[in-house]
Design a protein around this ligand. Structure first.
Ligand code: NAD
Ligand code: UFG
Length: 343
């Protein structure tokens, strides 16, 4: 990277799981990073650990996305050139229970952020958005490419779809905007240092943090949601991607936007799927611990199989996932027993 490419980048939600790993990747590429977070699902300890990895302090602005004035001031004070927007609520089940809070936080929060970008004197117009494979809903074909119809089946997914539409309209209204929506598949694993990773509050909703907590002895056994799907072993198949590969996808997207204006959508996955039982077996091998499980009925809303076509991201971003399943499990285990522990 040449010094002319170095940017001041604001990471909303930068203290969270994916944001913290992306902060490391961007910082190590030479960019100056700034974190804006209200710590509703993270803590300042994560920022300290990012600082330990990158070896320098980070400017943190504690605030809510809906505080447009604070965001405007932040963008101006730090002469931000680009925003990577991670901040949002992300639990599918919770979004069914409190949909208004999801629309308020995710959609209204994004509108507030875009308004701040328009108001700020320096007018930053480069934007990378954390979207999700959940926007596709029940797959009509596999692998899922970016042209697949969008039919999210829950309020969380619909917030992501609405935000993508707002961003598409914005890019049409003003060709100076440079926007990338990154549709993540299933991020897992942790930074090699074991200092940052995924440590959800309460009982994990997602498979791999649950598996890690069983392995470390914090939870007794995994419930496998159904073994009667039309998959090789009957359990659900997903495209798990190492969170550092995902983080590097953001570096590639920001780089792409330096030479491409307009609105772009990319799948970030590996292009292959693993079943729940394959994931359990791989985690047992990586940790040397056993992960007892029982088969229980299917979880409402789950699909059998989801994996990405990554052809477009590979061709356009010059990026692909490099780390394998063993890397995902070993790093996830290192973080679990070194930092998240069994407390
Ligand atoms: P996370 O909860 O670990 O991180 C989100 C961060 O945003 C947290 O630090 C939280 O405190 C902050 N935040 C939330 N609402 C805020 C607000 N109103 N103002 C300021 N800060 C706020 O989640 P993550 O797994 O790192 O996910 C990051 C993004 O990626 C989210 O938008 C999520 O929807 C999306 N995503 C995640 C996954 C996944 O499986 N983890 C998959 C697809 C998409
Ligand atoms: N599963 C279990 N037991 C558990 C948890 C999960 O058997 O305790 C199974 C699920 O049935 C599924 C697989 O493990 O077959 C993966 O489930 P996750 O909850 O980890 O992930 P999902 O694919 O359901 O959803 C995740 C995020 C969504 C996101 C989607 C695609 O939760 O927000 O990946 O990116 F949209």
């Amino acid at each position: 990277m040449t010094s002319s490419n170095i940017q001041n980048i604001l990471l909303t939600g930068g203290a969270g799981y994916i944001g913290s790993h992306t902060a490391v990747a961007l910082s190590q590429t030479g960019h100056r990073i700034f974190i804006f977070d209200n710590f509703c699902n993270s803590d300042r300890g994560a920022v300290k650990r990012i600082e330990a990895i990158i070896g320098r302090p980070i400017v943190v602005i504690e605030g809510d996305l809906r505080d447009t004035a604070l965001l405007t001031q932040t963008l101006q004070t730090h002469q931000i050139n680009a925003v990577v927007h991670f901040a949002g609520l992300k639990a599918v089940g919770e979004s069914n229970r409190i949909p208004v809070e999801y629309y308020a936080n995710n959609v209204q929060g994004t509108i507030s952020l875009l308004q701040a970008m328009q108001k700020a004197d320096n007018h930053p117009k480069t934007f990378v958005f954390s979207s999700s494979a959940t926007v596709y809903g029940d797959p009509k074909y596999l692998p899922i490419d970016e042209a697949h119809p969008l039919a999210a089946t829950n309020p969380y997914g619909r917030t992501k779809h609405h935000i993508e539409e707002i961003l598409g309209d914005l890019a049409k209204s003003d060709p100076a905007w440079r926007i990338a929506c990154l549709r993540y598949f299933n991020p897992v694993g942790a930074h090699d240092s074991g200092l940052i990773g995924e440590n959800p509050n309460g009982i994990p909703n997602n498979l791999m943090p649950f598996v890690a907590q069983v392995a470390v002895g914090k939870l007794a056994q995994l419930s496998v949601y159904g073994d009667d799907y039309d998959t090789p072993d009957g359990t659900g198949v997903r495209d798990y991607i190492h969170v550092m590969d995902l983080a590097e996808g953001h570096v590639a997207a920001l780089n792409y936007l330096t030479t491409h204006d307009g609105f772009h959508v990319f799948n970030l996955g590996t292009g292959r799927g693993y079943s729940v039982l394959e994931m359990v077996k791989a985690f047992e091998a990586a940790s040397g611990k056993s992960v007892p499980y029982k088969i229980v009925p299917r979880r409402a809303g789950d699909i059998a199989t989801s994996y990405a076509s990554v052809a477009y991201a590979t061709a356009e971003l010059n990026w692909h996932a490099k780390r394998n399943l063993k890397d995902m499990c070993e790093s996830g285990w290192k973080f679990q027993h070194m930092t998240a522990k069994s407390s």
